[in-house]
Design a protein around this ligand. Structure first.
Ligand SMILES: NC(=O)C1=CN([C@@H]2O[C@H](COP(=O)(O)OP(=O)(O)OC[C@H]3O[C@@H](n4cnc5c(N)ncnc54)[C@H](O)[C@@H]3O)[C@@H](O)[C@H]2O)[C@@H](O)CC1
Ligand SMILES: [K+]
Length: 495
């Protein structure tokens, strides 16, 4: 499990540790790790450290100190280091170390910045770290914009400048890093978009904070975590014990959604899938998934006559008319856990009382659907994903999986989980239906909404990677790639 913290949590831990150590120890640990990572990157890019050019962008705080000390270490190895000092003051000891090692430094001017950045093999962003807040002031904003246009490799120190380290918010220009070297612990803003997409590949440098850190703010499951949580059939298992998932999806307009949701459930290993829908989607499901046990619903009928299930998936392509509402009411009146997706979310947004039930509910909205559920503007949700997913979980009394380039899973009283292994090709019609099917299978097998949502998001993204291999994908490809993705997760030797 990769875990992350807010800046307040990190600061508290740093203070506790610093009190026990000689002054400056932590910064030296940070700078040593940073310089080693930069040397590795330079060796990879320019073939060597000696003679390569490094531009250090240094702010007035300790983030600038880290960058200047790391610059000094690189200068001692023969790099030509030029620092642009952006603050009204600079970290004095770091600046002295850089100069002593043969590096150069001068206050910001646009001309100087262009010169230093233009020829740099590597750009070190030490403008702001966990002390940054709000939109960047000048000259930080201009400097970040110039750096983003420069051809060198961009490495952020601790967090990319302009990204809020506690939640990944970005207001205005922000450094677009190829790599971020972060100290002591991951910061939440490195896991959650838009911050995550500014961070590039994140490396953690251990500075000894571990024992002083509290419970994490967010967590991201790894392949091993998902493999350990994934339900496996035992010798005694039969299809009922493995979990029967009911799918109430598809209508006369969207027959494909039913096929995709059933596909997600079948391919992720449901003991049995019961599909309930009207005639048109029934024939589509029957043609594609002979494994599904079908109940054809007449207009106005609910799911009361469908046999026993352990969990439901409600909503993909269901429509929002009276027939759909009747189906939703009948599913939610039962005692089984329910994944509510797509049109199901529109229906419960209209009739909130449907969410008043004892059994668990997992809501899987994208930002637009969440906007209808909690009445917050979509742009605000996209800018502050974590905050809104948490708010929705608390207001709606449900587990919320907010879809997006980083998927956020929120449940009251637990650290939010994030899934960071999605790929942009996943943003195509129908992939959400497959995700709902996977989550339904996991709920039916007995996982909690929290674990089912996190494992489904991870596996869905992994299957998308398998399906895409760098090319566009179709939603059904994701369902069809699930067995390959699961093979890798469930038998780690093949990873
Ligand atoms: N505290 C510690 O023990 C350690 C701290 N380290 C480094 O110290 C950093 C934190 O240092 P600081 O607390 O000095 O904070 P920063 O260096 O992140 O930034 C503080 C400065 O930025 C200014 N600022 C804030 N928001 C701004 C904005 N929007 N536009 C322009 N200027 C803005 C503030 O006025 C302040 O002068 C960490 O991110 C890390 O890089 C590391 O050396 C490891 C050890
Ligand atoms: K930075």
């Amino acid at each position: 499990m990769r875990i992350a913290y807010t800046s307040e949590q990190i600061r508290a831990a740093e203070q506790a540790l610093m009190a026990l150590l000689p002054p400056g120890t932590l910064m030296q640990r940070a700078a040593a790790g940073l310089a080693a990572a930069c040397a590795g990157a330079l060796a990879g890019r320019a073939g060597r450290v000696y003679g390569s050019r490094v531009a250090v962008l240094a702010g007035g705080g300790d983030n600038g100190g880290d960058a200047l000390y790391a610059g000094a270490r690189l200068a001692r190895r023969g790099a030509r280091v030029e620092a642009v000092l952006a603050g009204s003051r600079a970290h004095e000891a770091g600046l002295a170390a850089l100069r002593e090692a043969g590096g150069r430094a001068a206050p910001y001017s646009e001309e100087r910045a262009r010169e230093a950045l233009g020829g740099a093999d590597l750009i070190l962003d030490g403008l702001l770290g966990i002390g940054g807040s709000g939109a960047l002031r000048q000259p930080y904003a201009d400097l970040v914009t110039l750096a983003n246009q420069a051809p060198g490799l961009r490495v952020a120190v601790d967090v990319p400048t302009g990204v809020a380290s506690s939640d990944g918010r970005v207001e205005g220009p922000a450094f677009r890093a190829d790599a971020t070297v972060t100290f002591g612990a991951y910061k939440t803003g490195l896991f959650v978009d838009p911050g995550a997409e500014h961070a590039g590949e994140v490396t953690l440098v251990d500075i000894g904070l571990g024992p002083y850190l509290p419970d994490p703010d967010v967590a991201a499951l790894t392949a091993a975590d998902v493999g350990a949580l994934w339900p496996r059939p035992g010798a005694e298992s039969d299809k009922y014990r493995r979990g029967v998932v009911g799918i109430a999806a598809g209508g006369s307009r969207f027959t494909g959604a039913a096929v995709l949701a059933v596909g997600g459930a079948v391919r992720s290993g449901a003991g049995m899938v019961r599909y309930a829908g009207q005639e048109l989607p029934v024939s589509a499901v029957r043609a594609r998934w002979p494994e599904a046990v079908i109940t054809t619903l007449k207009p106005g009928e609910g799911v009361e006559e469908v046999g026993r299930v352990q969990a439901w998936v409600l909503g993909p392509g269901l429509g929002t008319d009276d027939d759909a509402l009747q189906v939703a009411r009948s599913v939610l009146a039962g005692d089984e856990p329910v994944v509510i997706d797509a049109d199901g979310l529109t229906l419960v947004a209209r009739e909130r009382s449907l969410l008043r039930r004892r059994a668990p509910v997992l809501l899987t909205p994208h930002a637009g659907e969440l906007s209808r559920l909690i009445g917050a503007p979509r742009e605000q949700i996209e800018a502050r994903r974590l905050e809104h997913a948490r708010r929705a979980a608390s207001e709606l009394g449900a587990t919320v999986l907010l879809k997006g380039s980083t998927t956020v899973i929120a449940e009251e009283g637990r650290p939010a989980r994030v899934n960071t292994n999605g790929i942009p090709w996943l943003a195509t019609g129908g992939t959400g239906d497959v995700l709902a099917g996977i989550a339904g299978t996991l709920l039916a097998a007995g996982l909690s909404c929290y674990d089912a949502a996190s494992c489904a998001a991870y596996t869905h993204a992994l299957a998308a990677r398998e399906a895409s291999a760098g090319a566009p994908l179709a939603a059904l490809d994701v369902a069809e790639s699930l067995p390959r993705a699961l093979r890798a997760l469930l038998s780690p030797a093949s990873l």
